[in-house]
Design a protein around this ligand. Structure first.
Ligand code: AMP
Length: 411
C-alpha cells in the first residue's frame, strides 16, 4: 500500500513523492495514522527504520498553515542527528509552507537567533542549546503542540534526561508527545509515565540479521600487523567510499593520521572534534571529497550516509548491536556493500558474542599474499553444534611465539 491512504495532507504527500518514497515502512504504516489520530506514540525502533518520516509527516499534515511560535519541537541527542533530522524535515516540508529550523551547540547564535526571530513552525534541537535559548528568551515553547523525544535512550546515556525534563516542563501540558527509543530502561519508563498520556507502543524489532546486500568477513591478524593489514586492504579493494570504525577517539585519530600519510583522502568524526570539523568531515565524505571516513560508534550512530561501499571495523565492536549498526552503513538502499572486521586474538570473545547475536558464523578470511607474521585459522562448527556458532578456535604458529589462545571445545 502506498502513502495515499494514510490520511496525510496533499502538500505532505507531494513532499513524500519528491523524496521518491513509494511504500511506507512498517513504522510509518503504523505510526502515521496514530499521530494523525492525536495519540501519543512510543516507537521502539532504531534509526534506519524510517522513523523520522513516521513522526515528521503526520506532524506536518496536522500543523496546517504557517503560524507564530514553534508548534513542533524535536529533541535529538547529538548535533549530527539534529542536523540530519532537520534536513529530512525540510525536505518533507517543501510543499507545506512550514518553516523548519535547527538549534544546536558548538556554533554561534547569530543564524539561530535570526531564524527563530523570523518564526519557525518546527524546531529541531539538542537539549543544551535549546535551554540556552529559553534562558535568553530567544525561544518560547508555549505554543508547542507536538513534542518528539528522539533517541531517548541515548539522551539518557549522555546524561541529558534532567535537561529533557526541564524542557518538557516548559511545553504546554496539552500536547501530543512521541518518544523513540531502541530500548526502554527504567529511567525512560519513568519519563514516559511522566511526560506522556496514554501512549501506544509500536515495536519494530531490532534488526538482528545483517542486510543480505552486505557481504561480511573477518580478517584475523596479530596486533602488530593491524595497520599493515588495513593499508593492504585499502590498496587491494576497489572502493568508492570507506567508513572505518574505531573503538576510541584516540584510535580514530591515529588511524586517520596513518591513512593520510599513505595519501588517502581522509576525514575523522568523533566527539572531540569541533562542530565545524565534524560538519566538514561529513559533508566532504558525502560529496566524495574524502574517500575514507574514520569514526567512533558514538559519532556515527544513526547517521544516514548513502553509498558507502565498504565498512571496515578496525576494532571489533564490543556490543553486538553495534556490529549490526556499523555494517548496516553499507549495502543501503539496494546497493551492495562489503564489511570487513579486523580481529586480533583478544577480540575473539567479542566476535563470538556477535555471532551468537546474529545466529551466523562470520567467515574468516586470509588476505592472499599478505606477509602474515602469524596466521590464525578457525575451524568450522562441528556437526551437532548449534548452527552458526563458532566451534573450536585454534592458533596456528607460523613463526615466532604466537598463540591464538587455547583450543576451545564446546559441548
Ligand atoms: P530514518 O530511520 O528516519 O533515519 O530513515 C532512514 C532512511 O530511510 C533515510 O535515508 C530515509 O530517506 C529513508 N526512508 C524513510 N522512509 C522511506 C520510505 N518509505 N521509502 C524509502 N526510503 C525511506
Amino acid at each position: 500500500m502506498g502513502f495515499t491512504k494514510l490520511g496525510l495532507s496533499e502538500e505532505t504527500l507531494e513532499g513524500v513523492r519528491a523524496m521518491g518514497y513509494v511504500d511506507p515502512t512498517p513504522i510509518q504504516l503504523r505510526g502515521i495514522p496514530l499521530v494523525l489520530a492525536g495519540r501519543d506514540m512510543i516507537g521502539s525502533a532504531q534509526t534506519g527504520t524510517g522513523k523520522t518520516a513516521a513522526f515528521a509527516l503526520p506532524i506536518l499534515s496536522k500543523l496546517g498553515a504557517h503560524a507564530p511560535g514553534p508548534r513542533a519541537l524535536i529533541l535529538e541527542p547529538t548535533r549530527e542527528l539534529a542536523a540530519q533530522v532537520d534536513t529530512f524535515f525540510r525536505d518533507y516540508a517543501r510543499f507545506t509552507g512550514m518553516k523548519v529550523t535547527v538549534v544546536y551547540g558548538g556554533v554561534g547564535y547569530g543564524r539561530q537567533n535570526d531564524e527563530l526571530r523570523a518564526g519557525a513552525d518546527v524546531v529541531v534541537a539538542t537539549p543544551g542549546r535549546l535551554l540556552d535559548h529559553l534562558e535568553k528568551g530567544t525561544l518560547r515553547l508555549d505554543k508547542v503542540q507536538f513534542l518528539v523525544l528522539d533517541e531517548a535512550d541515548r539522551m539518557l546515556d549522555m546524561g541529558f534526561l534532567p535537561d529533557v525534563r526541564r524542557i518538557v516542563e516548559r511545553c504546554p501540558r496539552q500536547r501530543h508527545t512521541s518518544l523513540f527509543s531502541a530500548t526502554i530502561p527504567p529511567q525512560i519508563e519513568t519519563l514516559i509515565q511522566w511526560a506522556m498520556h496514554n501512549p501506544e507502543t509500536i515495536e519494530i524489532g531490532a534488526r538482528r540479521t545483517p542486510a543480505e546486500t552486505v557481504k561480511h568477513v573477518i580478517y584475523p591478524v596479530s596486533d602488530s600487523q593491524k595497520t599493515d593489514l588495513l593499508l593492504e586492504l585499502l590498496k587491494r579493494v576497489n572502493y568508492n567510499s570507506v567508513l572505518i570504525f574505531c573503538r576510541t577517539k584516540h584510535g580514530a585519530d591515529r588511524v586517520a593520521g596513518l591513512l593520510k600519510r599513505a595519501n588517502h583522502a581522509v576525514a575523522v568524526l568523533h566527539s572531540n572534534r569541533t562542530q565545524n570539523e565534524r560538519e566538514h568531515a561529513l559533508r566532504g565524505f558525502r560529496d566524495g571529497r574524502f574517500e575514507v571516513l574514520v569514526a567512533t560508534d558514538i559519532a556515527a550512530r544513526g547517521l544516514d550516509i548513502a553509498a558507502v561501499s565498504h565498512v571496515i571495523n578496525y576494532d571489533v565492536p564490543q556490543h553486538p548491536e553495534d556490529y549490526i549498526h556499523r555494517i548496516g552503513r553499507t549495502g543501503r538502499a539496494e546497493h551492495t556493500g562489503d564489511a570487513f572486521t579486523i580481529m586480533v586474538a583478544e577480540e575473539a570473545s567479542h566476535v563470538y558474542a556477535i555471532e551468537r547475536f546474529i545466529s551466523q558464523k562470520i567467515p574468516r578470511v586470509k588476505l592472499e599474499n599478505f606477509d602474515y607474521t602469524y596466521t590464525a585459522l578457525f575451524e568450522e562448527s562441528k556437526p551437532g553444534q548449534p548452527q552458526g556458532f563458532p566451534g573450536k578456535v585454534r592458533g596456528v604458529r607460523v613463526h615466532g611465539g604466537y598463540h591464538f589462545g587455547p583450543a576451545r571445545r564446546r559441548r
